[in-house]
Design a protein around this ligand. Structure first.
Ligand SMILES: [Zn+2]
Length: 466
């Protein structure tokens, strides 16, 4: 499903057919090898209708936005998140432990998840992503102490008009079975698979231009049974949906897999039938070169989560090197309690900084990081036929970026390098399917003040602060 770009790049003179929205006076990054300095982009019916240079006449439009010389890029795509965790952001008792310490401190709090607080955390999580220039996100919700939580997420994303890939996460292996999570947050195999079947039937839209898709996402090798991994792979094949999990995140995971399964994490991943182009994994920090090559040739994608990796302090993938080995690499912000923030602009910048720190200043440019956040991330989600770029026919998901003139002073030559090397940058306008969801730097979500008030109460209850 990681399809190459197949849409023709239309450079013909534009028609005089009116479009819905025209954005003018912009440096438009259409794709990895196509930029329009001083250009314009026209949107109609939720799609990109045309792109042009300043000397080409744009079509008449119902609404025209003067970008004032700002940078326009495809909307950034988030490949890994746990939005529910914004209910326990920067939670003091958990912040200085290892990954396993951090998880075991927070699992008992997360056992309080219900439809109301999942709806609120998803709503807040999506608005935060929109403000950071993200137009499509996956979310990995793997704690299901009560039913209906993915449905609550879809309600929030639909209300906001966001493009969303919900993943039905799962945990089956509690402490009693040699796993990490407590009994209160795991489910049995049949309950999980029946819910997956129900969710795909209720919400998964495989059609072009879909706003909601469903994928399956057993949490990690140390929290699920081998049986659920095998069943999920078979289910994904049967229903033509995608697969997601954490992989090779931590040295403790190597030890766990060797002791429990008698092999390394990637060997286990292959053994349970996941080495396919349906799968993308989060982190992938500690594979051997041979393991990277094997998963790359199988078409597996990987999500680097730079801020989370640095916050947890246990390494990050060598993204540029893995890309050079043929692996599809996207970016993710990871859960709101490990990174505590969710700006894809910041993840893109941190990917650039990490790459150059690791391999030197000639190893990575801003455009490489942008490519990971757009084309790479969209390919991880199997969605790069119509998101992650702005070629005519693509979904009208884009960002007009705002960087304060003080921060930009003196940056005159290269707007893409300036966008990522100066900053902070944030979305001035974010459009999804042609709809303006952030306008003049502010989210248009009318319910946001009330949602934030309820979210504060829900977070206080979860953290036992009431
Ligand atoms: Zn994660």
């Amino acid at each position: 499903m990681n399809r190459p770009a197949s849409l023709p790049f239309d450079t013909r003179p534009t028609s005089t057919r009116p479009v819905d929205t025209l954005i003018t006076n912009a440096h438009v990054v259409v794709d990895r090898d196509a930029e329009y300095p001083g250009g314009w982009i026209a949107l109609a019916g939720g799609r990109v209708a045309a792109v042009g240079h300043s000397h080409q006449a744009p079509p008449p439009a119902g609404r025209t936005i003067d970008a004032g010389g700002r940078l326009v890029t495809p909307g950034l795509v988030n490949t890994h998140h746990h939005m529910y965790q914004n209910l326990t952001r920067a939670y003091g008792p958990a912040i200085n432990g290892s990954l396993f310490d951090w998880l075991t401190t927070l699992y008992p709090l997360w056992a309080g998840l219900d439809e109301e607080n999942v709806y609120l955390s998803t709503y807040v999580g999506i608005v935060e992503l929109l403000m950071g220039g993200c137009t499509t996100s996956s979310d990995h919700l793997y704690v299901h102490p009560r039913p209906g939580l993915i449905d609550a997420q879809v309600t929030a994303s639909t209300e906001l008009g966001f493009r969303f890939m919900a993943t039905r996460g799962s945990m089956t292996r509690s402490v009693a079975d040699g796993g990490l999570p407590p009994e209160s947050v795991v489910q049995d195999h049949d309950t999980i698979m029946a819910d997956a079947e129900r969710l795909v039937g209720a919400h998964h839209d495989p059609a072009p231009g879909a706003m909601t898709r469903i994928a399956l996402a057993p949490c990690s090798p140390f929290s699920v049974s081998e049986e659920i991994m095998v069943s999920s792979a078979e289910f994904a094949e049967k229903h033509d949906v995608r697969l997601h999990s954490h992989l090779a995140e931590d040295h403790d995971e190597d030890t766990y897999c060797l002791e429990t399964y008698g092999c390394r994490p990637v060997e286990y991943f292959e053994r349970v039938g996941w080495a396919s182009d349906r799968a993308w994994v989060a982190h992938f920090i500690y594979p051997s070169d041979d393991e990277v090559a094997r998963l790359a040739s199988a078409g597996v994608g990987a999500a680097q989560c730079p801020s989370s990796n640095m916050m947890i302090g246990q390494g990050s993938m060598d993204a540029m090197r893995m890309r050079s080995m043929g692996l599809t690499v996207g970016l993710g912000c990871d859960g709101s309690a490990s990174t505590d923030s969710a700006s894809l602009w910041m993840e893109t910048r941190n990917a650039l900084l990490l790459g150059r720190l690791r391999n030197g200043p000639a190893s990575m440019r801003a455009r490489d990081a942008l490519d990971m956040a757009t084309r790479g991330s969209a390919a991880c989600l199997g969605w790069d036929d119509e998101i992650g770029h702005l070629r005519p026919g693509a979904c009208a998901d884009l960002v007009v970026w705002e960087t304060h003139p003080v921060a930009l002073a003196g940056a005159l030559v290269d707007p893409v390098e300036a966008w990522l090397r100066t900053g902070p940058s944030r979305a001035w306008h974010t459009l999804v399917a042609g709809r303006v969801l952030v306008e003049d730097g502010e989210p248009v979500a009318a319910a946001l003040p009330e949602v934030l008030r309820r979210h504060r109460a829900a977070a206080a209850a979860m953290q036992n602060l009431l």
